[in-house]
Design a binder for this molecule. Structure first.
Ligand code: FRU
Length: 480
């Protein structure tokens, strides 16, 4: 199908499904979602000509994965978003099975998108092309076709270009799989964004003593924060280790030093970015205020996907809130961006409370779309917990210094949990949307993200303790 036909079919799909989708009580209020169909990775994040641009992997035709489009939203303030026509549709031979993930940069007043053209050939084998598309206005894009072909020693699992400029040179990292089936990040360099030179592997499979670390690394991102070079990657194929790597696929980061001249990257351990259930393929960009902002897909390709109730209404998945990254010592902290305070509609609760071996709730704290801030004061407790809408339970075990997030599984409602070691619990900052929760612990030291699906009538939020604890609680109702 040509570009025009694909555009028309997608808008028809959006229009047809509007009535059903608008009625869905799980539709989120302040998160980016697909207008119809399936959303996955955030792509092409950039601040360009006064607007924030968020592109995303989009299958408008089904709630399963397929030949992806690049959906597109723009915003002046990271809060209210405008839907734009899809930026890329899979109309050409080199992308016929999907305009896969990639990134955006600005050069000479134009926006350059780099993405992976995904192709299944007639023998059903995968082919991969790293492609370029250029735009003057940030809305319509002219495709320039492939600029990078698969190098030797790699399988066609070679994708997700992330491009940036440093000291006058353009660099690109790509997620890759070696012929030995090790996940890697590889580097390219260019002077003009069109001719690219392969510089070899930068991290992953057996480099830097990492050993066996997954069979494929998706969506890499390399950037400077302070004096450090941070590498984000989403490795596939890590086995669970205690409370680590509990999701099917992981997203995390390394802190280290990268030498462009030699392409040597010396780094520390892999650290997971999020300790909840639904977080994958994060991407970052530097905005016009010099902030390093991150969005991720608030979902995952795993067995839960098929059981999400929104499928019945023709859509699935969303992006996380935008988060600002700050490096503190050897840890990346994630903070909800300051602009989110604009969502505060009413300040329903701000009070010092005490729990003494009891469960308590306050009507003013109940609700479905809200921000809750809690500071933990004096305590002599073994356990402190918050129960949200009869669906999600967050508990801190003082004996084990462990935070646990429990939710009802999408499949059969049985409880499932994710836990994370936290030396001390000082504060919790919770963003609740109709069917999502993002919990920022101790100023973003750890974050736990999850989707959950509760009855709209279930609105109660209950606090409970074993022992005595003083809390400072604030709550706002949020509205776009
Ligand atoms: C990550 C990913 C990318 C790929 C895209 C396809 O979720 O698998 O590696 O480019 O999704 O939609």
């Amino acid at each position: 199908m040509n570009q025009q036909e694909l555009h028309q079919l997608a808008s028809k799909k959006v229009e047809e499904n509007k009535p059903l989708i608008e009625k869905d009580s799980n539709r989120l209020q302040f998160h980016l979602m697909p207008p119809v169909g399936l959303l996955n990775d955030p792509n092409g994040l950039i601040h360009f000509n006064g607007l924030y641009h968020v592109f995303y992997q989009w299958n408008p035709f089904e709630t399963s994965h397929g030949a992806k489009f690049w959906g597109h939203y723009t915003s002046k303030d990271l809060i209210s978003w405008q839907e734009q026509p899809p930026a890329l549709v899979p109309s050409e031979w080199y992308e016929k099975n999907g305009c896969y993930s990639g990134s955006a940069v600005e050069h000479n007043g134009k926006m350059y998108l780099f993405y992976t053209g995904n192709v299944k050939n007639k023998n059903n084998e995968r082919e991969t092309y790293q492609c370029l598309a250029v735009s003057h206005d940030g809305i319509t894009f002219e495709k320039k076709g492939p600029v990078i072909f698969l190098p030797e020693d790699y399988t066609p699992h070679f994708r997700d270009p992330k491009v940036w400029q440093q000291d006058g040179i353009w660099y690109m990292v790509l997620g890759a799989q070696t012929e030995k089936e090790e996940g890697q990040v590889v580097l390219y360099a260019s002077m003009d964004l069109e001719n690219w030179e392969f510089k070899g592997p930068l991290a992953g499979g057996n480099l830097n003593g990492l050993g066996d670390f997954g069979y494929m690394w998706e969506c890499p991102d390399l950037f400077k924060l302070g004096t450090q070079d941070i590498l984000l990657a989403s490795p596939q194929g890590l086995e669970p280790e205690g409370h680590l790597y509990q999701n099917l696929f992981q997203s995390g980061y390394f802190i280290g030093k990268w030498k462009p001249e030699t392409n040597r990257y010396v780094h520390g351990d892999f650290i997971e970015l999020d300790r909840g259930f639904d977080f994958y393929a994060p991407q970052t960009f530097e905005d016009n205020h010099g902030r390093r902002l991150l969005y991720a897909w608030m979902g995952l390709t795993d067995e839960n996907e098929a059981f999400q109730p929104t499928i019945a209404n023709g859509w699935i998945h969303a992006l996380t809130l935008p988060r600002e990254l700050v490096l503190k010592g050897d840890k990346l902290y994630q903070k909800p961006v300051a602009e989110l305070t604009q969502l505060r509609k009413t300040h329903d609760f701000h009070q010092q409370v005490s729990l003494d071996n009891e469960a308590k709730s306050w009507t003013a704290i109940n609700g479905t779309v809200s921000e809750i801030y809690i500071e933990v004061g004096q305590h002599e407790v073994t356990c402190f917990e918050i129960n949200i809408r009869e669906n999600v339970k967050l508990s801190f075990n003082y004996v084990k210094s462990m935070i646990t997030l429990e939710r009802k599984s999408f499949k059969d409602g049985s409880p499932e949990s994710r836990s994370c070691q936290l030396p001390i619990l000082k504060e919790l900052h919770i963003f609740l949307d109709t069917s999502s929760i993002e919990i920022f612990l101790n100023g973003g030291q750890e974050v736990m993200t999850a989707r959950f699906f509760a009855e709209p009538t279930e609105q109660t939020i209950t606090f409970a303790s074993r022992g005595k604890v003083d809390l400072w609680i604030e709550k706002w109702s949020l509205q776009l």
